[in-house]
Design a protein around this ligand. Sequence first.
Ligand code: NAI
Length: 505
Amino acid sequence: MSALNTNVAVAVIGAGAMGAGIAQVAASAGHRVWLYDNREGAAAQAIDGIARQLARRVANGKLAAEAREACIAALAPADSLEQLADAGLVIEAIVENLEIKQALLRQLEAICAADCILASNTSSISITRLGAGMSRPERLVGMHFFNPAPVMALVEVIKGLATDPNVAARVLATALAWGKQPVLARSTPGFIVNRVARPFYAESLRLLQEGAADCASLDALLREAGGFAMGAFELTDLIGHDVNYAVTCSVFDAYYQDMRFQPSQIQKELVDAGHFGRKSGRGFYDYREGALRPDAATLHSSAAVPAVIVEGEAGLLQPLLERLAQQSVSISRRAGRGLLRVGDASLALSDGRLASQRAADDGLNDLVLLDLALDYRRCTRLGISWATGTSASAVDQVVALLGVAGIQVTPLRDSPALCVLRTVAMLANEAADALLQGVASAADIDLAMRAGVNYPQGPLAWADQLGAATLVTVLDHLQAAYGEERYRPSLQLRRQLAEGARFHE
Ligand code: NAI
């Protein structure tokens, strides 16, 4: 299916943050663009704003002056909806309200040509539901841009129950022609990104609420071990807790209060207090003048660097052993059940059990558990927790060992699957469930999470790297530890495990 020809006019309705950005994207791609807003003067004002912003880019040498002029010349404010009659694609980005959007779509049906595509930038309303009031819902499609639209590559193209597949394909091709990375999704609550990303926030919020570690420590682990651009607390402070909490509540309700999406009391408390994050000066962190940013908790050790004895398979920790060997740490091997002996300590990657539980189950003394890293070859920090009764010297020896490789160590109170492991396990689980339910393809789910929220790798690629067996074990242990169905492994993960299948070839 080909993209909309650039000689076809595009109309954008709603000249707020999203509408202005989308209009800029379409104009930059060579379309003539109408911008309409029912607030008088708003469309012209938005075009002035785009012109000023593009002038700054020209001044910084990031944009050619001719490109700016062509973009501005292509943008025109419309005074009435009737003026949009010649558009071949209309994208609405008005207030997020079902009735108001439905009324607008009905008006547009009467104004626009029969072959005009109607698209909605809604982030939470069902495209199927939006189309229900229309006489020809087959030409309605979701075109979900991310903020800021000119910068963010992802566009989720959403098919409602009635959407004509050719309409979705045309919009997909058009988004691609506009320089975006479009993905195709079925209209289900949260589409791809706003659904699959929920555990990223939820697991950190839960760990904080349970006193596993403080915000700065958990954020540092997600960044420096998990490879995420930001931790959950700094990111929700940036997004705004009012916005992030509302999305969680809407997804939770839409999935009939599935505990997997349960909102957090501590985030609600911030919203109740008006501590929305950066924009209000306070959130999990304090952004007021002179406020100090807390540091992550970091353990220090003056112990001698111990030798490592690998008992059995090192599994996912093999790259860490190679890194340690490069630092001249003595590493020897003997038979066993997948443990590292580090001086007095028994060291292992968490399998989702509490350290104390695993020590008791497996009859281990001085057990220290490691958190997951995106890449043990490069991470600069790792989380650890230990079983009750583990000696201070055993912990010290582990900290000394990791220190040799330049890895800082953050302690967590004994918690199932620590921080990065549980976050990644739950992201992979949600992504697998979205795949199971036919929301999108595995490739599109991973692309959406990389391009829409900058994840260092797609959750399904991560699942392939960890293996379905590891993920199912970790999730089963989390479920047993909490006694909550929130952690139930998706049937899709169990299926991958049973079939020995991977998400990506
Ligand atoms: P906004 O409040 O900045 O802008 C909305 C604009 O629509 C306002 O200028 C308003 O005057 C105009 N408007 C309201 N009702 C109208 C009507 N009946 N006819 C014409 N114009 C009307 O909102 P924002 O943030 O740009 O969001 C717009 C849409 O995009 C919403 O559906 C939102 O859920 C969605 N969205 C928002 C994202 C964000 O990060 N802000 C991200 C992705 C989607």
